[in-house]
Design a protein. Structure first.
Length: 307
């Protein structure tokens, strides 16, 4: 009787042991799978952060290349470039009059560029701001390669078609970089223009750009000589502020008489930081003279900027 009754007991014991083994295997499988999912998620977040593309596209790229981040990123850029050019062609007819002015001044060299987009919302986007920086530095590199061996005052202007051909250092052109940014942000964008200046040792370049979220839609460069009573940086900034605020169209002469509020010549205009004097009078007091200036404003029609 005891031996007969022990069979169910034995069966239950074996069943319990089997369940324990199965549970341990399930937990181990779940743990391993969880680690795998966590690793995939980390790669996905890394790719998303480095490229800025959507999670869906990043996941698709990782699946396509068996979680090889380098190949996935390269493929994403290629696809975005194709999509960007497609979008650029579709959006090409839309007006792009917002945007930013990019400025770079270093010692005796300066670059100012205008890059346009459709809205202030995109102008505040980091990717668009990076595009403006790329344009400025590509323009600077072009200027340095073309001006080697040149002395004296050098000034050159680049229009949209010329800017688009400049290289950004990775085999792509600025036109490619614009198309890529259009694909990412979904607005029409244009490379409007750029100016490059280089001055002799005894000349100086002043600059000013009103800030909007760290950047701005206005900018000015002023070439001047002399300056005895103010730090050159302060003098250059004040002259740049005046050019931005008063929008002169020509330089004029030191002896010119002012024509009131409609005055468009720089030197006879009332000096913006000190309206009691003209710009010419201010310069006489500083023992300085303005030799040239350039003013950019996003969206202005050609011919409105000072030259």
């Amino acid at each position: 009787m005891n031996s007969v009754m022990s069979l169910p007991v034995l069966f239950r014991a074996v069943t319990i042991e089997l369940l324990k083994v199965s549970t341990r295997q399930h937990v181990q499988t779940f743990h391993t799978g969880g680690q795998f999912l966590a690793a995939e998620k980390a790669l996905l977040l890394k790719l998303r952060k480095s490229t800025g593309y959507t999670f869906i596209n990043c996941k698709k790229a990782l699946e396509k290349f068996d979680n090889d981040v380098t190949q996935a990123e390269s493929w994403l850029h290629e696809q975005a470039q194709k999509e960007g050019w497609s979008k650029a062609n579709k959006l090409g007819g839309r007006k792009a009059k917002d945007g930013l002015i990019g400025l770079f001044v270093e010692d005796k060299v300066a670059v100012m560029v205008e890059v346009n987009c459709e809205t202030d919302f995109v102008a505040r986007n980091e990717k668009f701001q990076q595009l403006v920086k790329d344009v400025a530095f590509a323009t600077l590199a072009h200027h340095q390669s073309k001006s080697q061996g040149k002395t004296g005052y050098v000034k050159s202007l680049l229009e949209q078609s010329e800017l688009g051909k400049l290289s950004v250092g990775d085999g792509a052109s600025l036109a490619d970089r614009v198309a890529l940014t259009i694909g990412r942000l979904g607005e029409n964008m244009t490379l409007k223009r750029a100016v490059m200046l280089a001055v002799p040792a005894d000349w100086h370049i002043g600059s000013y750009r009103p800030r909007r979220h760290g950047h701005g839609p206005l900018g000015a460069l002023v070439v001047f000589q002399g300056g005895r009573h103010k730090p050159l940086e302060v003098l250059g900034r004040q002259l740049g502020q005046h050019v931005v605020g008063e929008a002169p169209q020509t330089l004029g002469n030191m002896e010119d008489l002012p024509c009131g509020e409609s005055e468009t010549r720089l030197l006879p205009q009332s000096f913006l930081p000190d309206p009691s004097r003209t710009v010419a009078q201010f310069l006489l007091g500083q023992e300085a003279r303005v030799l040239d200036f350039v003013r950019f404003e996003c969206g202005e029609e050609r011919g409105e900027e000072g030259k």
